[in-house]
Design a protein around this ligand. Structure first.
Ligand SMILES: [Zn+2]
Length: 365
């Protein structure tokens, strides 16, 4: 059995972007409502994992807040100061659609701390696999600005921390439904970090994550974007892993795998239009663990990113946690509502994206 670690901290559940509707703050035409992005929902996810007995398979770790030495691996001093100042005011936007409350700066440092400390523990051999149930999310945060709920780029900082720890090549797979522009930008010219993103085509940020964005300079061929059309489900995601992610990983030869494991490609998510189920996330997690066993001595760290369905996110976290522990697919009371839908099949317009990348991406062609 793999030695598993579960990183979570109460303060990550106290971060809350405040009242609004959908992802927008209260303003003209926008009535007050509890936002989709509130993070007390994550506590419910952890509760389900505990109730299912799956958390018993993990060593639970309470992470310490990251220090400036960690944050500055990716971010500018000005960016860190802006996040701290906005949070100290108790409300406001720390960047672009990155609203904060009094606890946000602390929560953001703890989220980074969890990812960095999990990575270091895995590299030191204290654990084989780790899951970081953290908020705020990170993959949109750029070196110099917070963006779209993301304050610090948790996974990008963890990749840099791994390199500081002596690892050279890191594979970052990002299956959040949105494109991880912040991770891509951090490593776009870096030959030693392969960034692979499977996301909904053209969703967010606009015009970001195109198939033609493949890295630059020394990083040429080290970015692989898989923009799947809206409505893609189980078979399209698994085919992307089989036909693109796994061969690219083998060609690259990572020493560590990090996963920006958003759950907003789930079929009930209000922020995306994909069809994934608990079976999809269980299968993707199991496949990435197998890939880690093959390529990195089993070393893999998953970090929570997006996921905004109050009712389905906990089930998806349970599926990921179960697969990471080598356990079978958990019961999913919502599966019947998604699994029969035709979008679960690989359809020709989805296959065209995969086929294009198979023949044109520098790592695969
Ligand atoms: Zn997302």
């Amino acid at each position: 059995m793999p030695n598993l670690a579960w990183y979570s901290h109460e303060v990550c559940f106290w971060h809350d972007p405040g009242q609004g509707s959908g992802y927008l703050p209260v303003g003209p035409g926008i009535e007050p409502l509890r936002q989709f992005a509130v993070d007390p929902d994550l506590r419910r996810a952890e509760g389900l994992v505990r109730m299912a007995g799956v958390l018993d398979h993990y060593t639970q770790v309470t992470p310490a807040p990251a220090g400036d030495d960690d944050l500055l691996l990716v971010h500018t001093r000005e960016h860190v100061d802006r996040v701290e100042a906005a949070s100290a005011l108790g409300a406001g936007d720390a960047g672009v659609y990155a609203h904060v409350n009094h606890h946000s700066a602390h929560a953001a440092r703890v989220a980074v701390g969890a990812c960095v400390q999990a990575t270091e523990a895995v590299l030191d051999g204290r654990h084989d696999r780790a899951y970081c149930l953290v908020r705020p999310p990170g993959h949109h945060a750029e070196p110099d600005r917070a963006m779209a709920l993301c304050l610090y780029n948790n996974v990008a900082i963890a990749a840099r921390a791994a390199q500081r720890h002596g690892v050279r090549r890191v594979l970052v797979l990002d299956w959040d439904v949105h494109h991880g522009n912040g991770i891509q930008r951090t490593f776009y010219t870096d030959p030693d970090v392969l960034y692979v993103s499977i996301h909904q085509e053209g969703l967010f940020p606009p015009a970001s994550g195109l198939v033609t964005e493949t890295g630059e300079g020394a990083g040429a061929g080290r970015t692989l974007n898989v923009p799947l059309p809206a409505g893609s489900g189980h078979e399209a995601y698994l085919a992307a892993l089989t036909r693109l992610v796994e061969p690219a990983a083998r060609a690259f030869g990572p020493e560590l795998i990090l996963v920006a494991a958003g759950l907003d490609a789930g079929g009930h998510d209000p922020m995306g239009r994909m069809m994934c189920t608990s079976r999809t996330f269980h299968a993707m997690t199991a496949r990435m663990c197998a890939l880690a066993d093959e390529l990195t001595g089993g070393r893999i760290v998953l970090a929570h990113e997006g996921g905004y369905s109050a009712w389905y996110q906990p089930t998806l976290v349970l599926a990921v946690a179960s697969a990471l522990a080598g356990l079978p697919e958990p019961p999913d009371p919502f599966l019947h509502s998604l699994e029969h839908l035709p979008g679960q099949r690989l359809r020709p317009h989805q296959n065209r994206v995969l086929a294009h990348l198979e023949t044109h991406h520098p790592l695969l062609a």
